[in-house]
Design a protein around this ligand. Sequence first.
Ligand code: 5GP
Ligand code: MG
Ligand code: MG
Length: 181
Amino acid sequence: MQDDIAEVLVSAAEIKKRVKEMGAAISRDYAGKDLLVVGILKGAIIFLADLVREITIPLQLDFMAVSSYGAGTTTSGAVRILKDLEVPVEDKHLLIVEDIVDTGLTLKYLLENLKARKPLSVRACTILDKPERRLVDVHVDYSGFSIPDYFVVGYGLDYAQKYRHLPDICVLKPEVYARQK
Ligand code: 5GP
Ligand code: MG
Ligand code: MG
Protein backbone atom coordinates (compact mmCIF):
# COMPACT_ATOMS: atom_id res chain seq x y z
CA MET A 1 0.00 0.00 0.00
CA GLN A 2 2.74 2.44 1.07
CA ASP A 3 4.64 1.42 -2.08
CA ASP A 4 1.75 2.68 -4.25
CA ILE A 5 2.06 6.28 -3.02
CA ALA A 6 4.12 8.74 -5.06
CA GLU A 7 3.59 11.77 -2.84
CA VAL A 8 1.65 13.03 0.18
CA LEU A 9 -0.14 16.15 -1.03
CA VAL A 10 -1.91 17.09 2.22
CA SER A 11 -0.85 15.45 5.48
CA ALA A 12 -3.18 14.20 8.22
CA ALA A 13 -1.85 16.93 10.53
CA GLU A 14 -2.61 19.69 7.99
CA ILE A 15 -6.09 18.23 7.42
CA LYS A 16 -6.82 18.14 11.14
CA LYS A 17 -5.90 21.81 11.59
CA ARG A 18 -7.96 22.93 8.60
CA VAL A 19 -11.04 20.84 9.53
CA LYS A 20 -10.98 22.43 12.98
CA GLU A 21 -11.09 25.90 11.37
CA MET A 22 -13.90 24.87 9.04
CA GLY A 23 -15.94 23.47 11.93
CA ALA A 24 -15.50 26.71 13.85
CA ALA A 25 -16.62 28.80 10.86
CA ILE A 26 -19.70 26.61 10.30
CA SER A 27 -20.58 26.74 14.01
CA ARG A 28 -20.45 30.54 13.89
CA ASP A 29 -22.40 30.88 10.63
CA TYR A 30 -25.21 28.50 11.60
CA ALA A 31 -25.62 29.47 15.26
CA GLY A 32 -29.34 29.46 16.11
CA LYS A 33 -30.26 27.79 12.80
CA ASP A 34 -31.69 24.33 12.15
CA LEU A 35 -28.75 22.67 10.36
CA LEU A 36 -28.96 19.49 8.30
CA VAL A 37 -25.56 18.24 7.19
CA VAL A 38 -25.89 16.28 3.94
CA GLY A 39 -22.94 13.91 3.51
CA ILE A 40 -22.27 12.67 0.00
CA LEU A 41 -21.37 8.97 0.06
CA LYS A 42 -18.93 7.45 -0.03
CA GLY A 43 -16.05 9.87 -0.56
CA ALA A 44 -17.07 12.43 2.08
CA ILE A 45 -17.50 10.07 5.04
CA ILE A 46 -14.09 10.49 6.64
CA PHE A 47 -14.16 14.27 6.25
CA LEU A 48 -17.76 14.38 7.46
CA ALA A 49 -16.94 12.34 10.58
CA ASP A 50 -14.09 14.70 11.46
CA LEU A 51 -15.98 17.88 10.53
CA VAL A 52 -19.15 17.28 12.54
CA ARG A 53 -17.05 16.64 15.64
CA GLU A 54 -15.61 20.15 15.22
CA ILE A 55 -19.09 21.70 14.96
CA THR A 56 -20.31 22.93 18.32
CA ILE A 57 -23.98 23.68 17.50
CA PRO A 58 -26.88 21.20 17.23
CA LEU A 59 -27.22 19.50 13.85
CA GLN A 60 -28.79 16.57 12.05
CA LEU A 61 -27.05 14.24 9.63
CA ASP A 62 -28.36 12.64 6.48
CA PHE A 63 -26.75 11.13 3.40
CA MET A 64 -27.04 11.02 -0.35
CA ALA A 65 -25.16 8.80 -2.75
CA VAL A 66 -24.65 9.93 -6.31
CA SER A 67 -22.65 8.48 -9.12
CA SER A 68 -20.75 10.55 -11.63
CA TYR A 69 -17.55 8.57 -11.96
CA GLY A 70 -17.02 4.96 -12.93
CA ALA A 71 -14.10 2.95 -11.58
CA GLY A 72 -11.58 5.08 -13.49
CA THR A 73 -10.36 8.65 -13.14
CA THR A 74 -12.45 10.52 -15.73
CA THR A 75 -15.98 11.87 -15.38
CA SER A 76 -18.89 10.51 -17.38
CA GLY A 77 -20.75 13.83 -17.02
CA ALA A 78 -23.99 12.17 -15.96
CA VAL A 79 -25.11 12.39 -12.32
CA ARG A 80 -27.49 9.82 -10.86
CA ILE A 81 -29.01 9.63 -7.35
CA LEU A 82 -28.27 6.17 -5.91
CA LYS A 83 -29.52 7.00 -2.41
CA ASP A 84 -31.70 9.93 -1.40
CA LEU A 85 -32.27 11.86 1.85
CA GLU A 86 -34.53 10.31 4.46
CA VAL A 87 -35.66 13.46 6.27
CA PRO A 88 -37.79 16.39 5.00
CA VAL A 89 -35.83 19.57 4.27
CA GLU A 90 -38.38 22.45 4.07
CA ASP A 91 -37.61 23.63 7.61
CA LYS A 92 -33.84 23.14 7.43
CA HIS A 93 -30.65 24.88 6.40
CA LEU A 94 -28.72 22.36 4.30
CA LEU A 95 -24.96 22.01 4.16
CA ILE A 96 -23.72 19.65 1.46
CA VAL A 97 -20.46 17.96 2.50
CA GLU A 98 -18.35 16.71 -0.42
CA ASP A 99 -14.91 15.13 -0.69
CA ILE A 100 -13.78 17.07 -3.75
CA VAL A 101 -15.11 19.53 -6.30
CA ASP A 102 -13.49 18.75 -9.64
CA THR A 103 -15.46 19.60 -12.80
CA GLY A 104 -18.23 20.91 -10.52
CA LEU A 105 -20.89 18.84 -12.31
CA THR A 106 -21.83 16.79 -9.23
CA LEU A 107 -22.08 19.78 -6.93
CA LYS A 108 -24.05 21.81 -9.48
CA TYR A 109 -26.53 18.96 -9.81
CA LEU A 110 -26.82 18.54 -6.02
CA LEU A 111 -27.33 22.27 -5.43
CA GLU A 112 -30.09 22.47 -8.06
CA ASN A 113 -31.74 19.27 -6.92
CA LEU A 114 -31.78 20.27 -3.25
CA LYS A 115 -32.81 23.90 -3.90
CA ALA A 116 -35.84 22.58 -5.79
CA ARG A 117 -37.03 20.96 -2.53
CA LYS A 118 -37.32 24.46 -0.99
CA PRO A 119 -35.14 24.21 2.13
CA LEU A 120 -34.40 27.41 4.07
CA SER A 121 -30.93 27.54 2.45
CA VAL A 122 -28.34 25.34 0.73
CA ARG A 123 -24.58 25.75 0.94
CA ALA A 124 -21.62 23.59 -0.03
CA CYS A 125 -18.57 22.43 1.88
CA THR A 126 -15.67 20.38 0.50
CA ILE A 127 -12.31 19.29 1.85
CA LEU A 128 -10.66 19.53 -1.59
CA ASP A 129 -11.13 21.75 -4.61
CA LYS A 130 -9.50 21.50 -8.06
CA PRO A 131 -10.42 24.91 -9.56
CA GLU A 132 -8.38 24.31 -12.74
CA ARG A 133 -10.67 21.46 -13.72
CA ARG A 134 -13.97 23.33 -13.43
CA LEU A 135 -16.41 22.88 -16.35
CA VAL A 136 -19.41 24.59 -14.72
CA ASP A 137 -19.70 27.61 -12.46
CA VAL A 138 -20.49 26.56 -8.87
CA HIS A 139 -19.98 28.42 -5.63
CA VAL A 140 -18.24 26.53 -2.81
CA ASP A 141 -18.97 28.16 0.55
CA TYR A 142 -16.42 26.24 2.65
CA SER A 143 -13.32 24.81 1.00
CA GLY A 144 -10.50 23.00 2.80
CA PHE A 145 -7.64 22.98 0.30
CA SER A 146 -7.27 24.06 -3.32
CA ILE A 147 -5.05 21.52 -5.08
CA PRO A 148 -3.52 21.27 -8.57
CA ASP A 149 -4.88 18.93 -11.21
CA TYR A 150 -3.75 15.60 -9.70
CA PHE A 151 -5.94 12.56 -9.15
CA VAL A 152 -5.74 12.07 -5.38
CA VAL A 153 -6.70 9.30 -2.96
CA GLY A 154 -6.98 8.90 0.80
CA TYR A 155 -9.05 10.63 3.49
CA GLY A 156 -12.17 9.06 1.96
CA LEU A 157 -11.19 9.34 -1.70
CA ASP A 158 -10.75 6.14 -3.69
CA TYR A 159 -9.21 4.73 -6.77
CA ALA A 160 -11.29 1.72 -7.87
CA GLN A 161 -12.76 1.63 -4.31
CA LYS A 162 -9.32 1.34 -2.71
CA TYR A 163 -7.16 3.71 -0.62
CA ARG A 164 -10.11 5.47 1.14
CA HIS A 165 -8.66 4.66 4.58
CA LEU A 166 -5.30 6.40 4.07
CA PRO A 167 -5.03 9.22 6.65
CA ASP A 168 -3.18 11.56 4.24
CA ILE A 169 -4.31 12.87 0.86
CA CYS A 170 -1.94 11.26 -1.63
CA VAL A 171 -1.00 10.95 -5.28
CA LEU A 172 -0.48 7.40 -6.50
CA LYS A 173 2.39 6.21 -8.66
CA PRO A 174 1.46 6.15 -12.37
CA GLU A 175 2.08 2.39 -12.56
CA VAL A 176 -0.80 1.80 -10.09
CA TYR A 177 -3.31 3.12 -12.62
CA ALA A 178 -1.71 1.16 -15.43
CA ARG A 179 -1.87 -2.03 -13.35
CA GLN A 180 -5.55 -1.72 -12.35
CA LYS A 181 -7.01 -0.54 -15.67
P1 5GP B 1 -17.00 16.49 -10.24
O1 5GP B 1 -18.44 16.21 -10.53
O2 5GP B 1 -16.79 17.83 -9.56
O3 5GP B 1 -16.16 16.36 -11.48
O4 5GP B 1 -16.44 15.41 -9.26
C1 5GP B 1 -17.25 14.54 -8.62
C2 5GP B 1 -16.58 13.38 -7.99
O5 5GP B 1 -15.48 12.89 -8.75
C3 5GP B 1 -15.98 13.66 -6.64
O6 5GP B 1 -16.94 13.73 -5.62
C4 5GP B 1 -15.07 12.45 -6.50
O7 5GP B 1 -15.80 11.33 -6.06
C5 5GP B 1 -14.57 12.24 -7.92
N1 5GP B 1 -13.24 12.86 -8.08
C6 5GP B 1 -12.90 14.01 -8.68
N2 5GP B 1 -11.59 14.25 -8.59
C7 5GP B 1 -11.07 13.21 -7.90
C8 5GP B 1 -9.75 12.87 -7.45
O8 5GP B 1 -8.74 13.57 -7.65
N3 5GP B 1 -9.64 11.70 -6.76
C9 5GP B 1 -10.69 10.89 -6.49
N4 5GP B 1 -10.44 9.78 -5.81
N5 5GP B 1 -11.94 11.17 -6.88
C10 5GP B 1 -12.13 12.33 -7.58
MG1 MG C 1 -17.88 13.10 -3.96
MG1 MG D 1 -14.64 7.67 -6.49
